[in-house]
Design a protein around this ligand. Structure first.
Ligand code: FDA
Length: 439
């Protein structure tokens, strides 16, 4: 693939990915600049931090394949892109509601958990204000050190490669979907990340049976949505647990998502880190909002009363094998207590088998040689989210996400986004001769 000549301008910050994490970073950088302006800084100090973001999607989108009608946020609306860092920001969820003329209506609604569709609209509204800083339809494929101060960022746009220069790179590429070993996505085998995209391709679809594998939030949402949307379809939920387990979002448990908890987690020895992680697992992993569990149970029970069950919960069960054939998929399911095996013929199999962190080393390319890794092969990440490097390197690579091992369970969630971006901006400012930290 031809590589275009290096763009001569050296950006202070290149953001890889423009999801909520780097969108929040764009806001934090802009607000830092405004604050310096208000303080009347002149000359070098008043110079704008020059930031550009590369996003591989053609336009802004936050998990569009799971923007299920009616699905709600799992986080308080004040944990938006900015409020915990700067409650006076004009990019808060409240400012968005005000701009849309819905602030009073939202207050009357008495909810702390808006729908994901509304939150998506908030994110799009914010992203639109930063459109001049984002290059959509561009994928970063590698980083290379140019010298001790500058990195080359290799970007694929259409069929061309371009190289841009940066003093700092902030990786905010999100999580990657996981399918069980040996399973490949195909015509009838999907991961939940593509659920609505796949369904949109099928106008007037009337499936006989859909199998959903998994027992977490996405699995329960997929079961609920498919059952509601296709009234003639049997929906089989297959999972190893006895039942869906509720997410612990009680007040004390929620403190694991506080900024202070990141300090505690970061400072803790490895065995305490593991302990904290295990204690907090049921705030986020393989758990479901209690309201949704109640709704699914209500439906299953109502069908039992009516004597016509099409919401089938196959608990304590495991999928042994899936074959995607011309006429449909055949799913072989074992009931674990007895070992009994049954075949289910399905029009689609939806894997709600979660996500994992993307390995930053996959993106780092030649720059990886200057980055420190721990014994587990993961990058050593400093408290300010910068990957530790050989001391001679003045350039910085920061991580938003992929820091569960160092910074704790909030790493991939929205709870810490506002505060984390403030910390990254402060760190970049501290390390740069040109910028005075004020965030
Ligand atoms: P995110 O994945 O959102 O964005 C990363 C972006 O980087 C994407 O736009 C991608 O296209 C782009 N990208 C990737 N590689 C690239 C490359 N090489 N070059 C250029 N661009 C690249 N959390 C929470 O706290 N509360 C909630 O309610 C929810 N709800 C929720 C629902 C669903 C269905 C999912 C799947 C996840 C959640 N989450 C969540 C967790 C989720 O991780 C979080 O909400 C944010 O999406 C994290 O934002 P990021 O920007 O870090 O990643």
């Amino acid at each position: 693939m031809p590589e275009e000549r290096i763009q001569p301008r050296v950006h202070d910050v290149v953001g890889i990915g423009f999801g909520p994490s780097n969108l929040a970073l764009a806001v934090a950088l802009a607000e830092e600049r405004e604050e310096r302006g208000e303080r009347g800084e002149r000359g070098e100090n008043a110079a704008a931090v020059d930031a550009v973001f590369f996003e591989k999607q053609p336009e802004f989108g936050w998990h569009r394949g799971m923007l299920i009608d009616g699905a709600t946020m799992q986080v308080h609306f004040l944990k938006d892109l900015v409020s915990l860092r700067n409650p006076a920001s004009r990019y808060s969820f409240l400012a968005y509601l005000h701009d849309r003329g819905r602030l009073v209506d939202f207050v009357n609604h008495k909810t702390m958990f808006p729908t994901r569709a509304e939150f998506h609209d908030y994110l799009e509204w914010t992203a639109a204000a930063f459109a001049d800083r984002v290059r959509y339809g561009t994928e970063v494929v590698a980083l290379r050190p140019r010298d001790d101060e500058t990195l080359e960022v290799v970007v694929r746009r259409d069929d061309r490669l371009e190289t841009h220069l940066a003093r700092n790179v902030v990786i905010g590429v999100g999580l990657e979907p996981v399918l069980p070993e040996g399973v490949r996505a195909g015509e009838r085998i999907w991961h939940t990340e593509d659920l609505l995209t796949r369904l949109d391709e099928r106008a007037d679809w009337a499936p006989n049976r859909i199998v959903v594998v998994g027992a977490g939030q996405s699995a329960a949402e997929a079961v609920e949505y498919l059952h509601r949307t296709y009234p003639g379809t049997e929906v089989c939920a297959v999972f190893a647990r006895y039942g869906y387990s509720p997410a612990d979002d009680s007040a004390f448990a929620n403190r694991i998502f506080d900024p202070e908890a990141v300090d505690h987690y970061y400072a803790a020895p490895d065995d305490v880190k593991r302990m904290l992680f295990e204690y907090s697992r049921n705030t986020n992993y393989s758990v479901v909002d209690l309201d949704l569990i109640d709704e699914l149970y209500r439906r299953a029970y109502a069908e039992k009363v009516a004597g016509a069950q099409r919401l089938r919960i196959l608990n304590v069960s495991r999928v042994l094998d899936v074959r995607d054939g011309a006429g449909g998929a055949r799913v072989r399911v074992a009931f674990l207590p007895t070992g009994e095996v049954a075949d289910l013929d399905a029009d689609a199999v939806v894997y709600a088998t979660g996500y994992r962190e993307r390995d930053p080393f996959d993106l780092l390319g030649e720059a990886a040689g200057d980055c420190l890794a721990g014994p587990d092969g993961r990058p050593v990440v400093e408290r300010d989210y910068r990957i530790a490097t050989d001391p001679g390197r003045a350039w910085g690579v920061y991580l938003q996400g992929a820091t569960e091992h160092s910074h704790g369970i909030a790493s991939s969630l929205l709870s810490m986004t506002a505060v984390r971006t403030g910390e990254i901006v402060r760190s970049i400012a501290r390390r740069s001769a040109r910028v005075t930290p004020v965030v």
